[in-house]
Design a protein around this ligand. Structure first.
Ligand code: ZN
Length: 417
């Protein structure tokens, strides 16, 4: 699988060359906007073909700007990509204005940018500019990794810092991790995440953060004054960062857990179900927040797992909290209101979220040929100690059979929670 990362690196630009970068960014945007202005055919339709656009604007842009040839190409290409997504929105019936470019940034490729260990050279309207990197530990860890190919970058100017940044795009090919061991992960509001290996990622702090900010948010929203609105905007940035940091810690922990137990797959529940499972009494803001947090957490897990060649697969977890992970018996009375699981059939007793995490993993194991990941083989579920095969769980297969057929049907509200 291919892993792509964007690493932002601050540039130390010689004082006398800063204007060359400013000019380059400005002319880059001028070129992209010119392309939009001249990017329609005789019928008024946008031209989405790069070689047609090239014939239309390239020579004008070479005459009227000081940009080197390859920056002109990047500028009209950026405009074409933006027109393509605008047309896609129009085709969906969405109202969108024509793209326009005023963000202080310019796109570089291998011909206009050379990336070295400690510095880069960039083509500008006035020859090449050499800029030293200001590197932190995070940046070094990626840039010193020779497995990554440094493909291209985007030059950004940040007015608030009065500084230039190069967002370096790096890419590497990662072999899919061998093996057929699966880590099951249950996502829920109480613990946030629980693994089939029995690791609990506490959500107390996270939920406290949300609730604290929610309270402030509500009181500010009620006021509706200009200063309250400004405070609200600042707050949402801080609130998001708070939750994001917590989610990063959790997603890192889940991937570490998978590595420690030699898992090549992580099974998570698909998000439609999480949405269905929300308490109908929760207010909308809270629901949106939880939706966002779970989606973010899954994306982070997939993002981090990819670096190790670990595949993340989502399964439908309906009834995963009512089903016994030991004998497969399913009943709504298996789980009490405190979240404790006690099987009516075999008497198995365990934390309810841990039981659900095992079921989520078992769902992936039990997928039939054709639906299961091709490399999964005779899969086994990683447990606190040892592993479990689907065949070890009598009766579980029948409930999964039912599950598979009902994938697209709405789930009765309340089940699984
Ligand atoms: Zn049981």
């Amino acid at each position: 699988m291919e892993v792509t990362r964007t690493v932002p690196v601050k540039l130390d630009v010689p004082g006398e060359r800063r204007d060359d970068l400013h000019q380059t960014i400005e002319q880059f945007n001028t070129a992209a906007n010119y392309t939009i202005d001249h990017g329609s055919d005789d019928n008024g339709d946008l031209i989405l073909n790069k070689s047609t656009i090239h014939d239309e604007v390239y020579h004008d842009l070479r005459d009227e700007t000081d940009l080197p040839a390859n920056l002109v190409v990047r500028a009209y290409s950026k405009a074409v990509e933006a027109m393509k997504s605008t047309v896609a929105e129009w085709e969906k019936g969405n109202n969108r204005p024509l793209p326009s470019f005023d963000e202080p940034s310019a796109v570089y490729d291998k011909r206009t940018l050379t990336i070295n260990d400690e510095y880069a050279t960039l083509s500008t309207v006035n020859g090449r500019v050499k800029a030293d990197f200001v590197l932190g530990e995070y940046q070094r860890s990626y840039l010193n990794d020779d497995d990554y190919e440094k493909r291209m970058g985007t030059l950004h100017y940040r007015p608030d810092e009065d500084a230039f940044y190069l967002h370096i795009v790096i890419q590497k090919e990662v072999d899919q991790r061998d093996g057929d061991r699966v880590l099951g992960v249950d996502l829920n509001l109480k613990n946030v995440a629980v693994t089939s290996t029995g690791r609990f990622f506490d959500g107390g702090e996270l939920l406290w953060g949300q609730n604290h900010y929610f309270r402030v948010r509500w009181s500010l929203q009620d006021k509706g004054t200009r200063s309250a609105r400004q405070a609200l905007r600042r707050l949402s940035g801080r609130e998001n960062r708070f939750v994001l940091n917590r989610l990063h810690t959790i997603s890192r922990g889940i991937v570490e857990e998978a590595l420690q137990h030699d898992c090549s797959y992580i099974a998570v529940e698909n998000l439609t179900h999480i949405r269905d499972r929300m308490d109908a009494h929760d207010d909308q803001l809270k629901r949106q927040m939880h939706n966002w947090a779970f989606r973010e957490l899954q994306e982070q897990i997939a993002y981090k797992a990819a670096e190790y060649g670990i595949q993340v697969e989502s399964v439908n977890p309906a009834f995963s909290s009512q089903t016994c992970s030991k004998c497969g018996h399913q009943s709504s009375t298996n789980r009490d209101s405190d979240g404790w699981f006690g099987c009516n059939e075999c008497g198995y007793e365990v934390d309810g979220d841990y039981n659900a995490a095992k079921n989520v993993g078992l769902r992936l194991l039990a997928l039939p040929e054709g639906k299961r990941p091709s490399g999964l083989g005779n899969s086994q579920l990683a447990l606190k100690s040892g592993t479990l095969n689907v065949s070890d769980v009598s009766n579980v297969h029948s409930s999964i059979e039912f599950e598979r057929e009902s994938t697209d049907k709405p789930t009765p509200s309340g089940v699984g929670s």
